[in-house]
Write a protein that binds this ligand. Structure first.
Ligand code: AMP
Ligand code: ZN
Ligand code: FE
Ligand code: FE
Length: 295
């Protein structure tokens, strides 16, 4: 159990979903926390896709910014070609867990998949794998479609990431290739076994194709899901009301997060927030040695 970062009843500004350059965000970890301070956040979770690589930079970023950090991961999962994301907060980062092995497999497959997508795109557009690597800061970065988008932008093929996602990189595009990811139930299971709190990330998001169906959410609930990210830019009011009712029925926590990706996406830090009492419950739930990082 970690130390609660905010007194009960406080109105701390808590954003539980953000990406850095260790995956497909455009800000380094120190920049991200400097921006979090500027956005008057009290707490920010670092949730890069399938990696804990940025966690080592959190103590310095917290000390410099005064913003409390929640170490997290956005774990990739998949069901019947549907990409499902699960936020894993405060898990054990050691490389011996099943979670670490799932992350390693997903990351390896993401690299191969990106290379294959570039091969396909290069049949019609002037872009090479090296162009994509030029957009990736470090060998350990989790590669995703956003890095291909950045290469397409650099080559003048599309104006920005969003345009790339609406055209060549869409999940129904002929250039789209899947990558390995565990089933959503398995993802939740390994997060829980690694001592963390599992939260269904943007389950009603439209951008990723169909929303996560309810029977799949129930599989995740049975596997030990702690909460649902209800407040997210890609959820409309009806979806939020439905998810809130589901969370209420199933005794799940309701969270909110910006899913900030820096300049690569319109999402702004702090645009959606999580209640202080919800974070306190999440901290009490997490059983690993990973703790929130206080200034
Ligand atoms: P991938 O994980 O490789 O399938 O790529 C999907 C990821 O791209 C998701 O996590 C999105 O959040 C991210 N992404 C970043 N920028 C954008 C954008 N402008 N439009 C859509 N998705 C984006
Ligand atoms: Zn992303
Ligand atoms: Fe996501
Ligand atoms: Fe995300």
């Amino acid at each position: 159990m970690s130390t609660p970062p905010c007194a009960p009843g406080s109105d701390a500004r808590i954003d539980l979903h953000a990406h850095s350059t260790w995956s497909d965000g455009t800000c380094s970890v120190p920049e991200l926390f400097a921006q979090a301070r500027a956005a008057q956040l009290d707490v920010l979770a670092l949730t890069d896709h399938d990696t804990v690589r940025g966690w080592a930079e959190l103590p310095a970023a917290v000390a410099a910014s005064g913003v409390v950090a929640v170490p997290g991961i956005e774990v990739s999962a998949e069901h019947d070609d549907l990409s499902v994301h699960v936020l894993a907060l405060l898990v054990d980062p050691s490389e011996s867990t099943e979670l670490a092995s799932e992350l390693a497999q997903a990351r390896r497959s993401r690299g191969e998949r990106a290379q294959r997508m570039v091969e396909l795109i290069s049949q019609d557009h002037p872009i090479t794998w090296q162009d994509v690597l030029d957009q990736v800061g470090d060998n350990d970065t989790t590669i995703g479609r956003p890095h291909i988008a950045d290469a397409l932008v650099a080559a003048g093929i599309v104006p920005d990431r969003s345009a790339a996602f609406h055209t060549l990189l869409r999940s129904d595009s002929p250039y789209y290739v899947r990558h390995y990811a565990p089933s959503p139930g398995r993802a939740v299971e390994v997060i829980v076994r690694a001592g963390g709190a599992a939260i269904a990330a943007h389950p009603a998001s439209g951008m990723r194709g169909t929303a996560v169906p309810h029977d799949l959410l129930h599989e995740m609930i049975d596997a030990g899901l702690a909460g649902i990210e209800v407040d997210h830019r890609e959820h409309d009011e009806a979806a939020r009301a439905e998810l809130r009712a589901l969370a209420d029925r199933e005794g799940l926590l309701v969270t909110g997060g910006s899913d900030y990706h820096g300049s690569g996406k319109p999402n702004r830090l702090g645009e959606h927030l999580t209640g202080g009492e919800v974070l306190d419950t999440l901290l009490a739930l997490a059983r690993s040695t990973t703790e929130v990082i206080l200034p």
